[in-house]
Design a protein around this ligand. Structure first.
Ligand code: NAD
Ligand code: MG
Length: 387
């Protein structure tokens, strides 16, 4: 009898991480069984995926989406709706891939961990906003988080030689950043960049929100908070280093001076495959480096003056409590306003800073407290967007 394949739920199946996860699953059909998918838009695409993989459960955002997608699906396919639907799908599989963008990914993260599942996490926003709640549910027997975010996946691999809680043998985590499309620009020059410029990432092709976040370096700021939450290491031990080639995906420096790194060409399918297969390494090589070709690797310090998002993220960590949730929520609104041509690129980070300025200490010890903090930050941010 063939061994049973781990069941996979892929939530956010139509996005950048979603479609790259499908590439990996196509390559590994004998190993994994995709049983559930969900998506926010592009319902026809969702139906095509459901058919190709013979998926049993499909999640959509609204009742209207359900009515639209229902006729496109086979009669045996179950359709669920909204945040509750996402939470339900996350309990059905052995491995849950959270590839939803933004705070909307929260039900997937909390539900998968509470149900004792492996969470392959691309959705950094849910972890950053809900870190204290996530830390509780990740203690559920069987639950684990494997980070898809390439830097964190690299760190996860490099931390294998550190065995103690809190990693006292780690001196510093060095998170690498490509620097985005505006690397090297002065504050003056950054005053004139356009949406078209911001959407051109030099090394990665990604969804629009994270592409904008990469141009402001807010993505790296969020990743500092993500690293701290994932690995239980205070942000003072997380350093950001600009590495324009995006080949070294991050590094761990140990107290004895040794620095371990993970290298590959920029291809998200490698960290996705790692998170699905771990501790087994799947044998298809994504992003393989050709050492027969000569190439150089460069490293430089980020320009914190021109890219204020980095310091803002460290500040949110120092403030603690709901501050990371405020930072992430305000940033979602600012990025959306920028993509809708309501604010200039140079206003994104100052808007987030103006919101964070109004934060007053508030611990996140319940889901209600988190939702309240998220809603307040969004309301304040919306109020700063010209109509
Ligand atoms: P994307 O915009 O390309 O895709 C987002 C997906 O989420 C889509 O399938 C969309 O339909 C779905 N979605 C949105 N709202 C939803 C809702 N309410 N319910 C169900 N589905 C919903 O985004 P992406 O670039 O794939 O990024 C996804 C996440 O992965 C983000 O948190 C991002 O920060 C993280 N990430 C992405 C990359 C990358 O290379 N794209 C790298 C590292 C981390
Ligand atoms: Mg990343």
């Amino acid at each position: 009898m063939a061994p049973t394949r781990p069941r996979v739920a892929l939530l956010g199946a139509t996005g950048s991480i979603g479609t790259q996860t499908l590439d990996v699953l196509r390559e590994e059909r004998e190993r994994f069984d995709l049983i559930a998918i969900a998506g926010g838009q592009r319902l026809a695409e969702l139906a095509v995926i459901a058919k190709e993989f013979n998926v049993r459960d499909v999640g959509v955002v609204s009742a209207r989406d359900r009515d639209e997608v229902r006729p496109l699906l086979g009669p045996d396919v179950n359709v669920v709706v909204g945040a509750e639907g996402l939470a339900e799908l996350a309990t059905r599989a052995d491995i849950v891939v959270n590839a939803v963008v933004g705070f909307a990914g929260l039900p997937v993260t909390l539900s998968a961990l509470s149900a004792g599942k492996r969470l392959a996490l691309a959705n950094k926003e849910s972890l950053i906003a809900a870190a204290p709640l996530v830390n509780k549910v990740r203690l559920t027997p069987g639950a684990s988080i494997l980070p898809i975010d390439s830097e964190h996946c690299a760190i996860h691999q490099c931390l294998a030689s550190s065995t103690q809680n809190g990693h006292p043998d780690v001196r510093m985590i060095h998170l690498t950043a490509s620097g985005g499309p505006f690397r090297g620009m002065s504050k003056e020059q950054l005053g004139h960049v356009t949406k078209h410029d911001a959407l051109q990432h030099p090394t990665w092709t990604m969804g629009p929100k994270i592409t904008v976040d990469s141009s402001t370096l807010m993505n790296k700021g969020l990743e500092v908070l993500e690293a701290s939450a994932l690995f239980g290491i205070e942000v003072e031990r997380v350093n950001v280093v600009v590495h324009p080639q995006s080949i070294v995906h991050s590094m761990v420096e140990y107290v004895d001076g040794a620095v371990l790194a993970q290298l590959s060409l920029p291809d998200m399918r490698l960290p996705i495959a790692y998170c699905l297969g771990a501790p087994v390494r799947l044998s298809h090589a994504w992003g393989q480096i050709d050492f027969g070709q000569s190439f150089s690797l460069a490293f430089e310090a980020p320009d914190r003056e021109a890219f204020g998002a980095l310091d803002l993220a460290y500040e949110a960590s120092r403030l603690g409590g709901g501050a990371p949730a405020w930072l992430s929520a305000a940033n979602e609104i600012a990025v959306e306003a920028f993509l809708n041509d309501q604010i200039e690129w140079s206003r994104i980070v100052p808007l987030v800073a103006d919101v964070l300025e109004q934060y007053e200490a508030d611990p996140i010890d319940t889901l209600e407290a988190l939702f309240e903090n998220d809603a307040t930050a969004r309301r304040l941010a919306h109020g700063m967007v010209p109509r």
